[in-house]
Design a protein around this ligand. Structure first.
Ligand SMILES: [Zn+2]
Length: 101
């Protein structure tokens, strides 16, 4: 099922306290607090998109598939068999290139 994201529910700053950001779940029809953010960076001034625990998995699937390729994932986060396969492939490639003898 496709999650409909309501852009009108973007994070906003509280008028009473500019330091605090109000971010409810951006799934259409949901009124839960958005505890989980995607693409949010306080330092970079990016408000990101926020979702509740019910909607974060679907939102992540929809929003992160294109931006996050397997090659973007650092080695230490890969499961051990995947890491081993990657290392083997790189070793074979180097052998073919004549780097490793
Ligand atoms: Zn929600």
């Amino acid at each position: 099922m496709t999650l409909l994201i309501d852009q009108s529910k973007k994070p906003t700053r509280y008028r009473s306290n500019e330091a605090c950001v109000k971010h409810f779940c951006m799934a259409r029809g949901c009124s839960n607090w958005g505890a989980f953010g995607i693409g949010a960076s306080f330092k970079a001034g990016k408000p990101g998109q926020w979702f509740c625990s019910e909607h974060i998995a679907q939102a992540h699937k929809q929003l992160c598939t294109e931006t996050r390729k397997p090659s973007d994932i650092p080695d230490y986060l890969l499961p051990q068999p995947v890491r081993a396969r990657k290392a083997r492939r790189e070793r074979n490639f180097k052998k073919q290139q004549g780097v490793l003898l």
